[in-house]
Every structure is written in structure tokens, then in C-alpha cells.
Design a protein around this ligand. Sequence first.
Ligand code: PLP
Length: 432
Amino acid sequence: MFDQDTWVSNPPFFRLFRFNIAVFFAIRSHFTPPQSMTVLPVEKTIVPTTVDFTKLPSPCFIMEERLLRRNLEKLHYVKEQSGCTLILALKGFSLYSTFPMVRQYLDGATASSLHEARLCVEEMKTLAHVYAPIYLDAEFEEMLSYACHLTFNTLNQWERFKNRVTAYEKETLNKISCGIRINPQYSEVETEMYNPCVPGSRLGITADHFGETLPKGIEGLHFHTLCEKDSYTLERTLVHVEAQFGHLLHQAKWVNFGGGHLITRRDYNPDHLIALIRSFQERYQVEVILEPGSAIGWQTGYLLSTVQDIFDSQGIQVAMLDVSFAAHMPDTLEMPYKPRIHHAYQEPIQGKPTYRFGGMTCLAGDFMGDYSFDEPLDIGDRVVFDDMMHYTMVKTTTFNGVHLPSIGVWHEDNYFELLRSYGYETFKDRLG
Ligand SMILES: Cc1ncc(COP(=O)(O)O)c(C=O)c1O
């Protein structure tokens, strides 16, 4: 049995993707904290941290290496005990300086675009599993050169590209295992934005598109219907997958159960998942593939910000930050959800100093609140947003011309390494 007590809890949040990169400064850095700065103690429900936030640049995404390893160990346990293939979904976590560590525990990565596939090959040093809703004519051969598995969203896409797969295999002698994404029309994801089984879904095809046999050349089936769910949701989903696609599962070499398995959340029961995978593999004689994203970066890092201004707005204390919810934490507004802040009470408490946090863009809705604290905030105080490693970091933008937060790692032996800082060129590069 996996020791659940070594894992810590936090409510589930939902994220999606996007990533910007610029100048590279791989240096070990030590920073002098501003004079007036106080660091706020960590609120009880947040994972205890060893990071010394007083020494870090602001704003900055900080990955705590120790916590990443802990997640990877738990994922590795599932992989070893179940015999499944377990790969990282790059759309959820692309901090590639950590890929050498990720590779010690996982089998590789899954990409959803040409650039992610290339990142997998260049930084994870292994060919990618690829699934994209569409493949593009102009980049298909390059995509093939990075792929070991290629899943098509529809039979149309497969028909359109299958001859090019065969030609590539003949020419290079590299085998690409092709699959089709299926839609079992069952998902427990409550938010429509994240539910791939809504009526008219564009993600995968329903059982009525297939005949009695898998199309010639198709070796795998892929479904992705979970989002931050447990193995009991997977179990209920498998009932629908098997009822609709059972005859095809018997013909497949592999079945990809997609992502959304929040294996590293404290209350997740990995042994139940292991039992499910084992029995599925036995029943259909297939390789099972899991491709979680969130579970890898779950509760492994922070977005550090600094209070720049505090003022009264019609009775509400507004604390302006050097980060933006719209540009740096877009899911907080899209989902929406209220991120946890170290040492803050998640909901306002009467009688305690209470603040609404303002982002640094001109968007009227670029704010989050309200939170209470035991002590009043000052300009220069640091505000640490929790659990900002999965999706948040890959989705940042330079909207409004704002800079991107720096990116750094707090290493296991307690020193900070600044990986990236961004300037004007990053903003300008995206514009014509
Ligand atoms: C096809 C596919 N696989 C894997 C994932 C990763 O999901 P998660 O980060 O929720 O584990 C996603 C996320 O959207 C996805 O679309």
C-alpha cells in the first residue's frame, strides 16, 4: 500500500495551457530583500514549504524540487505496480529544466502540438506520444520525426494522413504506432469548458463511426474525459468505454486513458487505480497508457508577488500587485477559482485586515479577493500564491505589455536557481 499520510491536500483547481520563453540565465542567484519586506507565514492548509521567499526576485514562479520529486515517486509507484506506461502531458507542465528528473520516474511525454513534440525530443530525450485535434499539412513530416505514437482525432484525419505515415515508415524504418481518439459520451467533468463529452464535442469520435474492426493500420484507442478526478470516476468511465468500444479494445495494442488522473492529491487511492489498470490489461491484453499533466506539477510551486500600492476604494482596501490575474494566472478568471495565498484567510473575516488584490493590467476585472490577514499589509510585502506550477505557468501572456514573471527552482539542497528572466524582447517577439 502507498503511504497516503505522506501526501498533503488542497482543493482541486482546473487549469489549461500555453507557454512563452525568452532569454536564458542559468545562474545561481541570491537576492537582497527590499528593506520594508515581511514574509507572511504559510497558512495551515498549504503544503509546508522550505522556500525562503525573502531571497527571491519578484514576480517569480518558483518550483520546489523536493515536492516535484515526491509527486514523481508516487506516480512511479503506480507505473511500477500496474505495469502501465505513464507519461507527462506537456500542456500541463513544461518546466523543461526538470525533465531529466521527470525522466528518472516516468516513461516520457505526450505532446499536443509540433512545438511540444520537439520539446519532448530535445529536452526529455525521447520520442513523443502525440495527440492533436488536427494535424497540419505543412508540418506533418516534421511531426512524424518527433513521434513514436500518433493519435488522430477523427477517421477523416486518419484517412487524410495515413499514406504519409506509411511512406515515412518505409523511408526511415521508424515505426509509428497510430491510434484514434474515441468519445465514450460519458464525463463527470462539471464545467462545460473542460468537458470533452458535451453534445457536438469536437474531441474524438463516437462508437457509431466504427465498424466491427479497427481500421487497418490503427493500433490504439485514446480517450480523455477526466479533469482532476479520482480512480472511482475512471472506473465508472471504463464501464461506458467498454460497453461501447469493447469489441475494438480486444483488437487494440494499446489504450490511452488520457489525463485528468489526480494521482498526487492526498486523498487519491493509487492502489485502486493499480487494480483497475491491471484488470483492464488482463481483460483486453493491451498496454494501458496514462498521460496526466496536473498530477505532475500538483502543489509543487508558487507565484511570488509584491505589494506595490494600497488604497481605499469606496470602503474596500485594494492591494495592487506586480502580477496580473489576467496575464499570469488566467485560469483564476476563466474557471474561475480563487487561488490560495500563504498566510491569508481564504474568505474575509470581519475585524481582520482584509484586501482585494489588484493585478497590474488595465482590465477592470483583473482582481481577486477578498482575503483577510492577521496583520495589515504594507507596500513591499510579499504575497505568495500557492499551487501555480501546473497550467498556470504555461498559460502566461504579455497582455497589456506586462512582463512575464521570472522562473526559478528551489533546489532540494535549499538554494535558488534563476532559470529565466523576461524583458522587452519577449513582448515584442509576438507582435508584428
Ligand atoms: C488529450 C489530453 N491528455 C492529457 C491531458 C492532461 O490532463 P490533466 O492535466 O488534467 O492530467 C489533457 C488536458 O487537457 C488532454 O487534453
